[in-house]
Design a binder for this molecule. Structure first.
Ligand code: CMC
Length: 429
């Protein structure tokens, strides 16, 4: 068997051998196929990159048909059960699980970079009272680039490490302050005696008490949710980080672009949209009418469907279990009954079965977040905190990848050509 593709161009009758490597052909090889001397080479038209590999990556593996998700080769189920978010972050960034000493150094580094410059605080206080916390997070992460101008030196590995540590460490501080802002409550400084996730909960919910002690079961559940969101190969926001990062800009600017991409309702914003959808449906009696509307194309069943998973989303299973653990502490969320009934009906309905639409990570996560007292606007912020190590691992890989170039897709031009410009004074006469 030869690993190549023979292409016959029926326009010219010419045949080409295109090498196949790792199940892909190089788009540049297709560019050699031309109908004539002046003809631009053949290109691939692929809106949404549904069948285009943009990079080689050793960070995350997904088999969408089998419902497999692995970070650096480790199955998500084992990481969710046996690891911690910071250990998973180390794994994603460094490629290997840490030794005891490496882990302790890593946790120490992250813990001691949780504080942000006081001017960031004033900057965040300048937002309107009803500013969406994702907008605040996106802006404040972008603003960090002005506090660390050295971050532009992306060719220095130690420097990159410093920015990675800073960003993972500061994200909960910024996220918690965006939350407090909407509530008109004072911003709470990090408590370095607490671990990563417990410290985040403290910055969110602490009032006049000396120390904020979150229920360890809730801390664990949120830590698991962060692990589940930590990376997901070349999704929309990671692609944004890589695309913007390919211009060699600093990582704060690149991650801020990723946060913008995550904000959208078809991506991370889906968890917020799911909750609003469940509230709107209101009671299980309204489900059949709602499903009919979805099938008629009036709207989408948010939290269902995935570009890659066509069987089930392994994260959704783990989240269902985490939801049970959380509800044991907080009492059940009344919207759960609607979600369960929606899932049951959708999994039996031909429309969803035929299109292989299953619950994704966002279908149940919102119910947990609500039980943890988060308003829907905060849900995507939680996703962003979890996804930060993944964005940075992918950015680090991009920076070191000699095959990468500045991202610059082609287009199929459909507009006019060669028009003669008529000045406004003549056009409006
Ligand atoms: N509800 C109803 N119909 C749907 C849905 C849905 N949630 N998702 C896809 N479809 C239909 C779609 O209308 C199309 O039908 P047809 O073939 O008749 O035109 C078919 O299924 C294929 O859909 P697509 O839009 O071509 O699929 P895609 O791979 O481009 O989109 C998706 C993937 C996740 C954007 C989409 O399934 C969706 O919009 N889901 C709802 C939003 C959501 O839950 N997003 C979170 C994704 S997981 C976490 C994350 O990435 O952040």
């Amino acid at each position: 068997m030869t690993d190549s593709l023979t292409v016959r161009d029926n326009r010219t009758g010419q045949e080409y051998d295109v090498p196949i490597t790792d199940g892909t052909i190089k788009a540049a090889d297709l560019g050699k196929i031309k109908a004539g001397e002046d003809n631009p080479g053949l290109a691939v038209y692929d809106p949404g990159f549904v069948n285009t590999a943009s990079c080689r990556s050793a960070v995350t593996f997904i088999d969408g048909d089998k419902g497999i998700l692995e970070y650096r080769g480790y199955p998500i189920e084992q990481l969710a059960e046996k690891s911690t978010f910071l250990e998973v972050a180390y794994l994603l960034i460094h490629g290997d699980l840490p030794t005891k000493e490496q882990y302790e150094t890593w946790v120490h580094e992250i813990t001691y970079h949780t504080f942000v410059h006081e001017n960031i605080k004033s900057f965040m206080q300048g937002f309107r009272y009803d500013a969406h916390p994702m907008g605040m997070l996106m802006a404040s992460v972008g603003a960090l680039s002005t506090f660390y101008p050295d971050a532009r030196n992306i060719s220095d590995g130690d420097n990159r490490h410093m920015q990675i540590v800073r960003m993972i460490a500061k994200m909960p501080t910024l996220g918690a302050w965006a939350f407090r802002h909407a509530q008109g409550k004072p911003y709470i400084y990090p408590d370095n005696e607490l671990d990563y996730t417990a410290n985040f909960l403290s910055m969110l919910f602490k009032m006049s008490e000396q120390n904020y002690d979150a229920d360890p079961r809730l801390v664990k559940a949120l830590d698991v949710l962060f692990i589940l969101h930590a990376d997901h190969e070349q999704n929309c926001s990671t692609n944004a980080v890589r695309s913007v990062g390919s211009s060699q800009v600093d990582p704060y600017s690149a991650v801020s672009a990723g946060i913008g991409a995550l904000f959208g309702p078809l991506h991370g914003g889906a968890n917020e949209a799911v909750l609003r959808m469940l509230r709107r449906i209101g009671t299980t009696d309204n489900i059949p009418g709602f499903i009919e509307g979805v099938k008629n194309g009036d709207e989408r069943l948010m939290g269902f469907g995935h570009r890659v998973y066509k069987n089930y989303d392994p994260r959704a299973r783990i989240i269902k279990k985490a939801a049970d653990d959380v509800f044991e502490v907080t009492g059940t969320n009344p919207l759960l009954d609607i979600a369960l009934e929606l899932e049951k009906i959708a999994l039996e309905d031909e429309y969803f079965v035929k299109r292989k639409l299953y619950p994704n990570v966002d279908f149940y996560s919102g119910l947990i977040y609500e039980a943890l007292q988060f308003p829907p606007e905060m849900f995507t912020v939680l996703f962003a905190i979890g996804r930060t190590p993944g964005w940075l691992a992918q950015w680090e890989e991009l920076v070191q990848d000699k095959e990468q170039k500045i991202a610059r897709p082609k287009q199929v031009y459909t507009g006019e050509r060669g028009l003669d410009f008529v000045p406004a004074s003549e056009r409006w006469a």
